[in-house]
Design a protein around this ligand. Sequence first.
Ligand SMILES: [Zn+2]
Length: 233
Amino acid sequence: MSKTWPPVYTIRRSQRARRVLLKVSSNGLEVVLPQGYKQQYTLANLLTTHRKWIEEQLLKVSQLAPQCIELPKEIKLLALAKQYTVAYLETENRQKIVESIEHKITIMGKNTQPETCNLLKKWLFTKAKHYLPELLEIYSKTYNLPYNRVTIKRQKTRWGSCTAQKSINLNYQLLLLPLELARYVIIHELCHTKELNHSINFWRLVASMDPNWQQHRQQLRDFKKFMPAWILE
Ligand SMILES: [Zn+2]
């Protein structure tokens, strides 16, 4: 149900209408008034009388309508301290991303929102497959915690995991987190190569490399503030 009442509505006058008509579409609520109808007061009453119907219809169209988000003008890969500007070039062709020098990407083609978001996700995935194994390698060498293989995953619920065979999986969205949080996740998974549990020994090991791990773990719960709208689509 809507949080505010009455909802925003537009008024249209119609020569043909004999009575007040209520129409709900993806543009919202439209009130069609017969010529000569002028009482704001009775209109408010009328809306209230039909409140249940109006709210149900508005809910229905909001669920049907394709979600519209603001497409990014820039993308910050915080973990890498890299920032990209995003330009859009509308053409009739299928969409593609072109990356030029100086951290600029251009999305060329017919702009349709779900596709643009998917394209950006694909682009991020490519970046993640390039950079996350490098980061992992650095920390692995620094702390002398070897692993067998690394896979970058496009998953929604986990930042990373580590198997008994020392295979590490990392979530591609790590690139969007501040470095200290991405680092915490990677260190956490590397520590699982020694301790495949969350025992006291495990946390001691984590703490020896990341003394602020508790704070980082806490901040990670609030990760959505680092996630742009297009990745959550
Ligand atoms: Zn763990």
